[in-house]
Design a binder for this molecule. Structure first.
Ligand code: PGA
Length: 243
């Protein structure tokens, strides 16, 4: 299976004209699944700009509710309606900055699946948890609690994003990544009853042009979730070539 490369633009790319130019400037090795994740107001623009290519669009969050009186929230079915295929759920910037728990993540992921989206469920330990030797336990708990029952039927996409690696220029060693991805695969298989080949685990956190090939060569790494380096077109395109 080809690698999946997600460019998480966070709240960095705009205005509209720039978003459109960037979406069109991504060059596409055909065996790679490229996913762009712009801010909510630009989702339909990016969907239109990539129509007819193999680039897919991801939202950065969705509501845990199907519809109703939830001011400011956006439902998964609304995202689906404007051409979105994926949604990032439980990014550490949501877990930390907005107090989202694994319980919230599970409910959001359930809504995403019901609406026909593929949730990218993010998990990962903090620096303190790693130094205290708790990384495996913390991640096990997040995986068990964040995957909804709805995910036990099809396929599942997770992203291992150690919090201390995001935007820091630091990455775990290849050995640490291999060990953690194997752990996540086995916990997710236990949680869902799915065969391991139906579970994909991306790596995210300081992926750059110069480390992408090495990280993607680690067994158990199905692709990468890229933040900062997705904001530099040249660099992002060279990560796609590495895939
Ligand atoms: P980074 O961010 O590539 O800038 O470390 C990754 C992410 O937060 O998804």
């Amino acid at each position: 299976m080809g690698k999946i490369i997600v460019g998480n633009w966070k709240m960095n790319v705009g205005p509209l004209a720039q978003v459109r130019d960037w979406a069109r400037a991504i060059s596409l090795p055909s065996a790679v699944e490229v996913v762009l994740s712009p801010s909510t107001p630009f989702l339909s623009t990016v969907s239109a700009a990539v129509e007819g290519t193999n680039v897919k669009v991801s939202a950065q969050d969705c509501s845990s509710q199907p519809e109703g009186a939830f001011t400011g929230d956006v439902s998964a079915s609304m995202l689906k309606d404007v051409g979105v295929s994926y949604v990032i759920i439980g990014h550490s910037e949501r877990r930390q900055g907005h107090g989202e728990t694994s319980d919230d993540v599970r409910k959001k992921a359930a809504q995403a699946i019901k609406a026909g989206l593929i949730p990218i469920i993010c998990i990962g330990e903090s620096e303190q948890e790693r130094t205290q030797g708790k990384a495996m336990d913390v991640v096990r708990k997040q995986v068990m609690e964040s995957i909804p029952d709805e995910a036990t039927k099809g396929k599942i996409l997770l992203a291992y994003e150690p919090v201390w690696a995001i935007g820091s220029g630091k990455t775990p060693s290849a050995d640490d990544i291999r060990q953690m991805h194997g752990h996540i695969l086995s916990v997710a298989a236990q949680r869902t009853g799915l065969a391991p080949e139906r579970i994909s685990v991306l790596y995210g956190g300081s992926v750059k042009a110069d480390n992408a090939a090495g990280i993607m060569a680690v067994p158990g790494v199905a692709g990468v979730l890229v933040g900062g380096a997705s904001l530099k077109l040249e660099e992002f395109n060279s990560i796609l070539r590495a895939a």
